[in-house]
Ligand binder design. Structure first.
Ligand code: PYC
Length: 311
């Protein structure tokens, strides 16, 4: 299996170029559903230790249905198939350029939630993703969380469903990553228990806590479905954040802000107005290719499917 690994603001992406499961030629949303329900062991084996690492997101290249697109892609982490992934798209574009498939300029990529526009700069590292339309579906939702009490947050879509809490009940600092992880998991569990979801029962599988930053608009901690935290400021999470700020009247179309991750990496973010008052986010970040390899799955290897630890 030929893969290229990159990182975007510290968050790794593994692009799978060959030997993925056969998913047919239907809509990408149906192929993503098939990957999620019929090929869980396969996608976990690509990312789990010792072959992969805890924060890694996979990007399976598939034939697009939209002829404008340079490729289709289905993103996944160890625990879930994702609707879209912002850091993964920045990593994918830099990877496609590294492999000689595209050059600087504007391109289109098809994801399970829609087509995104990407612009690769001449430096071949800086990418702007114009994401799918993003929106806040519920504001100031109160949730009772074990160990934290009542926590209030917004529910918003940025390609995945998010619960965004500002201000964070735990300091958003790298020295607090263990307690931030514990607290955001508790919030996600409480949302499930209390039946709080996105539109059409969309599962809220990403939680974001916000704190102040001396040099950016805000600093975030993002819990992903597999309980790893996003080392980048999270492209789909930043899109959801833009939708919430726009809905509150706190950010005008075209106004640019910098969003910072818990480890200090940044995205430049802005939006234009889309339909029905939704926002069309622009997320700019940098990615770097780190490795180009062939994954080997030896028959005799007792850990060929990865180290399976319950969490
Ligand atoms: O950047 O959208 C993102 C993302 C989702 C999960 C990890 N990164």
């Amino acid at each position: 299996m030929h893969v290229i690994d990159s990182h975007t603001g510290g968050e790794p992406t593994r692009v799978v170029f060959s030997e993925g499961p056969q998913l047919g030629d239907g809509p990408l949303s149906a192929r993503a559903e098939q990957l999620a329900t019929q090929h869980r062991a396969w996608y976990r084996s690509v990312l789990l230790e010792p072959r992969g690492q805890v924060a890694m997101v996979g990007a399976l290249l598939v034939e697009p249905t939209d002829v404008r697109c340079v490729t289709g892609v289905i993103y996944f982490d160890v625990d879930a198939v994702l609707g879209m992934c912002g850091h993964g798209t920045i990593g994918l574009v830099v990877t496609l350029a590294h492999a000689g498939h595209i050059g600087p300029g504007t391109h289109y990529i098809e994801t399970p939630v829609g087509v995104v526009e990407v612009a690769l700069a001449e430096d071949r590292h800086t990418v702007t993703v114009t994401n799918v339309e993003s929106y806040r579906s519920q504001a100031k939702v109160a949730v009772d969380v074990a160990g934290l009490g009542t926590v209030s947050g917004d529910v918003a879509f940025g390609g995945n469903w998010f619960f965004l809490v500002d201000p964070s009940p735990v300091p958003v600092q790298a020295s607090h990553i263990a307690s931030l992880t514990q607290a955001t998991i508790a919030v996600r569990e409480a949302l499930v228990e209390q039946g709080i979801a996105g539109e059409n029962a969309g599962v809220i599988d990403h939680i974001i806590f916000y704190g102040p930053s001396p040099s950016a608009h805000s600093k975030n901690f993002v819990l992903c479905p597999d309980n790893a935290y996003d080392r980048s400021p999270c492209g789909t999470g930043s899109s959801a954040r833009l939708a919430c700020l726009a809905a509150e009247g706190l950010l005008a179309p075209g106004q640019e802000i910098v969003l910072e991750s818990v480890i200090g990496s940044t995205y430049r973010c802005s939006y234009r107005l889309g339909e029905q008052g939704r926002v069309v986010p622009s997320i700019t970040g940098q990615a770097y290719v780190m490795a180009q390899s062939h994954l080997v799955f030896a028959e005799q290897d007792p850990f060929r499917a990865g180290i399976e630890l319950a969490h």
